[in-house]
Design a protein around this ligand. Structure first.
Ligand code: RBF
Length: 353
């Protein structure tokens, strides 16, 4: 009788202990779930500087925070792949998995995918860079003033296509430049291309700008074909904005000898002497700052910021010896002067959102 009483009590204690352990473990698991970061890459990282910088900056922010605070916050980088039709369902699944308190992504198509998700998953927070969405309490966005980036790039291309061959050996007498884009999208059609044209025409209104589409963000042989046909047409400067397919324009430039203006990061080493400008986005710095702010509970949601040359998030890269050794100093000075005018507010190029 006494034995079975002790046994029953013992079993009850063991059972209670198990329930307690489970509860504690469950809670700690939940606590882990509470702060975790996912970087949702809409495409693939390889060949896409904006995505590479996004992932690097976010990972650095989490690692630094973990080191400082002795925490172990998780960050996963997930590539959604090049099939854009799948992005929405992939992001929905990632959100529904409830594994990440904070999802970070980048490109201007994300707001329309994320906005409906915030109605369904009201606890989920998102950070979207290179994107614009106002007044959604679950979303913070930072957009770049790509009118400035496109204008400076167009100005660089304009200076080169109108240059004498004594300054730029492969500049021909035709005043023709081109933009090779992966696809058409509102920011491309309404901001980047018009600003590229605006910058070029500021050098010489007789410059003509061709606009060609690759059809995806990876086909380098298609973009090389396009570049070749543009070259045959008299184009001597091309701006490629086509992710992995940019490589096709670079290889065509190397074999045919024409110039390339580079977007988003430092591209001088890709074809020394032929890449004649780099207008970089400080996306790594921005991602790091914004993710750090989130981890420190300082990130404001519902806000849409726009940053540009003045704020130091768009930079004309001019301290690279590969660049300086290959272009005339007057070219560097002319381009620097335009950048300075934008910085000083003498040339105002407002971003239109
Ligand atoms: N940029 C890339 O470098 N790689 C990409 O795969 C890529 N995919 C994009 C898909 C869509 C639907 C949109 C709107 C933009 C994409 N971008 C990509 C472009 C990027 O966000 C930015 O506009 C350009 O890099 C110019 O800064």
């Amino acid at each position: 009788m006494k034995d079975s009483f002790i046994k029953k009590n013992f079993l009850f204690c063991v059972f209670s202990l198990l329930v307690l352990c489970n509860f504690v473990l469950g809670c700690s698991k939940k606590a882990e779930k509470e702060t975790a970061v996912a970087v949702f890459v809409p495409g693939v990282i390889a060949g896409s500087p904006t995505y590479e910088m996004l992932a690097e900056g976010s990972v650095e922010a989490v690692n630094e925070y973990n080191r400082k605070s002795h925490k172990n916050i998780k960050i996963d980088v997930i590539e959604a792949g090049t099939n854009q039709a799948e992005w929405s369902s992939k992001l929905t699944a990632l959100t529904a998995s409830n594994k990440y308190s904070f999802i970070v992504s980048s490109n201007s198509s994300l707001p329309s995918i994320v906005a409906p998700l915030t109605e369904q998953f009201t606890e989920q927070k998102y950070l979207l860079l290179d994107a614009f969405l106002e007044n959604n309490k679950n979303v913070a966005t930072v957009n770049y003033n790509q009118r400035e980036q496109g204008y400076l790039t167009g100005y660089a291309a304009g200076l080169v296509t109108t240059a004498d061959s004594s300054a730029f050996a492969y500049a021909n007498s035709a005043k023709k430049i081109a933009l090779v884009a992966a696809q058409e999208y509102p920011v491309m059609n309404e901001v980047i291309l018009p600003a590229f044209i605006e910058g070029a025409k500021a050098v010489d209104s007789a410059i003509s700008v061709d606009f060609r589409i690759v059809g995806n963000w990876y086909d380098a042989s298609k973009s090389a074909d396009i570049a070749r046909s543009l070259y045959d047409d008299g184009v001597d400067v091309i701006l490629p904005i086509s992710g992995g397919a940019n490589q096709g324009v670079i290889s065509a430039a190397q074999s045919l000898k024409f110039y390339v203006t580079w977007f988003d990061d430092n591209g001088y080493a890709k074809a020394p002497g032929l890449v004649i400008s780099s207008m970089a986005l400080e996306q790594k710095k921005l991602a790091k700052e914004m993710v750090s702010a989130y981890l420190e509970n300082k990130l404001e949601f519902g806000k849409a910021k726009t940053v540009g040359i003045k704020d130091g998030y768009i930079n004309f890269v001019k301290d690279d010896p590969v660049f300086l050794e290959n272009v005339p100093s007057t070219f560097v000075e002319q381009l620097t002067a335009v950048e300075k005018d934008i910085k000083d507010g003498k040339l105002v190029l407002p971003a239109s959102n």
